[in-house]
Design a protein around this ligand. Structure first.
Ligand code: FAD
Length: 466
C-alpha cells in the first residue's frame, strides 16, 4: 500500500471523527462520551500480554506530546494469562501478583479506563463500553463511549467449546482470573471433603483438551495435593486424586514437536494422570463427560481447555472483516483489512504469513505483535511506509509444575530446534515471565519483585489456602 495513501486515509479518519455534533445535539443520550473528541488519541482495548506492553511503551513515547494513550480493560488488575493455571491450582495468588492498571498508567503516561467494550461505531470513531456494575448489580457508571483517532484491538480470546452440549453449564473455562479463582475455591472445597472423609474415595477431575493449558493444569493439581498434605490434610495423597486428560486428537500437545509431547506424556503418567487420546467429548453433564464413542467419563470437576476463539461480539464488529472464530483480519502491517485506523494484535487478530500459516495464539506472538504495532505507529507518525510483520518462533516450553519442564528452543543460536528439559528448561520458562515483567516494570523493579518473591516464599504459604 503506498505510504501516502495510508496516511491520507488516517488523516481522513481523523477529520471524519469530529464528535462536536454528537456532543451538542445530544444525538446519543444513553452514552456519555468519556474523553474529548478534540484529543488525538490511541485507544487500546485489552491490557493483556500484548495490549499492556503496547500501552506502556506508547504512553512513554507520547509523554509530553499532544497525543493521549488510553487503555481499556474489563479488570482492574493484570495477570499474565499463561499463569492462569497456577492461579487455578493455588500456586499463584492474583491478589499479590496482580498488577494495578491505574498505577501503571500513572507511571507510564497512559490513561486507564475500567470497562468492557461491547460495540464499535466506525463512522463516529467511538468504542462503546457496557455500563459498569458493582457486585450487587448496582450501576456504578452508565454506558460510555470513548473516541479514538487510532484503535488497537488487543482483547485476547475466550474458550471455544465448539457448541458442545452442557460444556458451558458444567465445565470451568480457564480463560480469566475470575474463572481460575472460581476453580481454585471449588478445588479447595473438594479437598476439604476428601480430608473429612477417610473412606478412600477419590476426587475425579476431567480436563478436556491436552494442549499446554490442560497439560500444565494436570501437573499443578498433583502439586496442590502434595502441598495440602504438608499443611495438615493428612488423609490426602496422590492416589486420592484422579486426573483424566481427554484429547480428541491422536497425541498430547498437538501444536508442539513430537519429542516434547512424548516427554510430557511420560512425566504425566508418572504422576498418575490418565491420558485418553482419540476421545472426542460429545456432551457434558454435572457428573461427567459423554464421548462420541458412547463412553462415560465420570468427573466431579470438569475443565474445558480444548480451543479458543475471539469474543463473539467481535464478529464483523463495525463492518470489520473477521474470520470464523471472530478474529479481526489484519494485513502483514497488523492493520485491519477494512480500516487503516484500526490495528489488531495477539489472540484476537487473524494474520497470515507469506507461507499461508497463521500467527499462532501465543504469548510470544502477542509480545512480538505489540512491538510491531508500536514500530508501525511511529512510522505512521513520521509519514513513512509501514513494515510487514514476520512471526518468529523462539520455541515452546511446557511446565509440569515443579516436577519437570520440557521444551524446545529455536532461533539463530540453536540453528533449528533444540530439545531442553529439567532445570535449564525451567529457568527459560520462568525467564519468559520475567521478560514480560521487564517491559512492565523495568529491570530494577523486576529484580526487586524477584527478591520480594523469594522473601514471600519464606513468609507465606507456598499454596493459596483460601
Ligand atoms: C491457562 C493458560 C496457559 C497458557 N500458557 C501459555 C504458554 O505457556 N505459552 C504461551 O505462549 N501462551 C500461553 N497461553 C496463551 C497466552 O496466554 C495468550 O496467547 C496471550 O495471553 C494472548 O495475549 P493477548 O494480549 O492477545 O490477550 P490476553 O493476554 O488474553 O489479554 C486480553 C485482555 O483483554 C481484556 N478484555 C477481554 N475482553 C475485553 C472487553 N470486551 N473489554 C475490555 N477488555 C477486555 C482481558 O481482561 C485481558 O486483560 C496460555 C493461555 C492460558 C489460558
Amino acid at each position: 500500500m503506498p505510504e501516502f495513501d495510508n496516511m491520507n486515509r488516517i488523516q481522513r479518519t481523523v477529520d471524519f471523527c469530529d464528535m462536536t455534533d454528537y456532543q451538542t445535539t445530544g444525538d446519543h443520550p444513553v452514552s456519555q462520551l468519556a474523553n474529548s473528541p478534540e484529543d488525538q488519541c490511541t485507544l487500546i482495548i485489552g491490557g493483556g500480554a500484548g495490549g499492556l506492553e503496547l500501552a506502556i511503551k506508547l504512553g512513554r513515547h507520547y509523554r509530553g506530546f499532544n497525543h493521549k494513550v488510553i487503555l481499556v480493560d474489563q479488570n482492574r488488575t493484570h495477570i499474565w494469562k499463561p499463569l492462569l493455571h497456577e492461579v487455578a491450582a493455588g500456586a499463584m495468588d492474583p491478589d499479590i501478583d496482580g498488577v494495578d492498571y491505574l498505577s501503571l498508567g500513572n507511571k507510564n503516561g497512559f490513561v486507564f479506563h475500567l470497562g468492557t467494550m461491547v460495540g464499535l461505531d466506525r463512522d463516529r470513531c467511538v468504542v462503546q463500553l457496557a455500563p459498569l456494575l458493582d457486585n450487587e448489580g448496582q450501576t456504578v457508571l452508565t454506558q460510555r463511549e470513548l473516541h479514538y483517532t487510532r484503535l488497537v484491538f488487543a482483547l485476547g480470546s475466550v474458550t471455544n467449546d465448539f457448541g458442545t452440549e452442557g460444556a458451558r453449564e458444567h465445565c470451568i473455562f480457564l480463560d480469566s482470573p475470575q474463572s481460575a479463582q472460581r476453580f481454585h475455591t471449588r478445588l479447595l472445597n473438594e479437598f476439604l471433603k476428601l480430608q473429612a472423609d477417610d473412606t478412600k474415595h477419590t476426587l475425579e477431575i476431567a480436563i478436556v483438551g491436552a494442549g499446554a493449558t490442560g497439560v500444565e493444569l494436570a501437573a499443578e493439581l498433583y502439586k496442590t495435593t502434595e502441598l495440602l498434605k504438608s499443611y495438615g490434610y493428612n488423609h490426602l495423597s496422590k492416589n486420592r486424586l484422579k486426573v483424566r486428560l481427554v484429547e480428541a486428537g491422536p497425541r498430547l500437545l498437538p501444536a508442539l514437536p513430537e519429542r516434547i509431547a512424548s516427554a510430557t506424556k511420560r512425566e504425566l503418567e508418572k504422576l498418575g494422570v490418565e491420558i485418553l487420546l482419540n476421545t472426542a467429548v460429545s456432551k457434558v453433564e454435572a457428573d461427567g463427560l459423554h464421548t462420541r464413542e458412547g463412553e462415560f467419563i465420570s468427573s466431579k470437576m470438569s475443565v474445558w481447555a480444548a480451543g479458543i476463539k475471539a469474543p463473539d461480539f467481535l464478529h464483523e464488529i463495525g463492518g470489520l472483516a473477521t474470520n470464523r472464530i471472530n478474529q479481526i483480519k489484519v494485513d502483514r502491517k497488523l492493520v485491519s483489512t477494512v480500516d487503516s485506523a484500526i490495528f489488531a494484535l495477539g489472540d484476537c487478530a487473524h494474520c497470515e504469513m507469506p507461507d499461508g500459516s497463521k500467527v499462532p495464539p501465543r504469548a510470544q506472538s502477542a509480545h512480538q505483535m505489540a512491538s510491531h504495532v508500536l514500530k508501525n505507529i511511529k512510522l505512521m507518525d513520521a509519514y513513512k511506509p509501514l513494515q510487514d510483520y514476520q512471526y518468529v518462533d523462539y520455541g515452546s516450553l511446557v511446565s509440569l509444575s515443579t516436577y519437570s519442564t520440557v521444551g524446545s528452543l529455536m532461533g539463530n543460536l540453536t540453528k533449528g530446534s533444540m530439545f531442553i528439559e529439567g532445570r535449564l528448561a525451567r529457568m527459560v520458562y520462568i525467564s519468559l515471565y520475567r521478560m514480560h515483567q521487564f517491559v512492565i516494570y523495568g529491570r530494577l523493579k523486576t529484580l526487586l519483585f524477584m527478591l520480594v518473591n523469594r522473601i514471600n516464599r519464606r513468609l507465606r504459604p507456598t499454596l493459596k489456602l483460601h
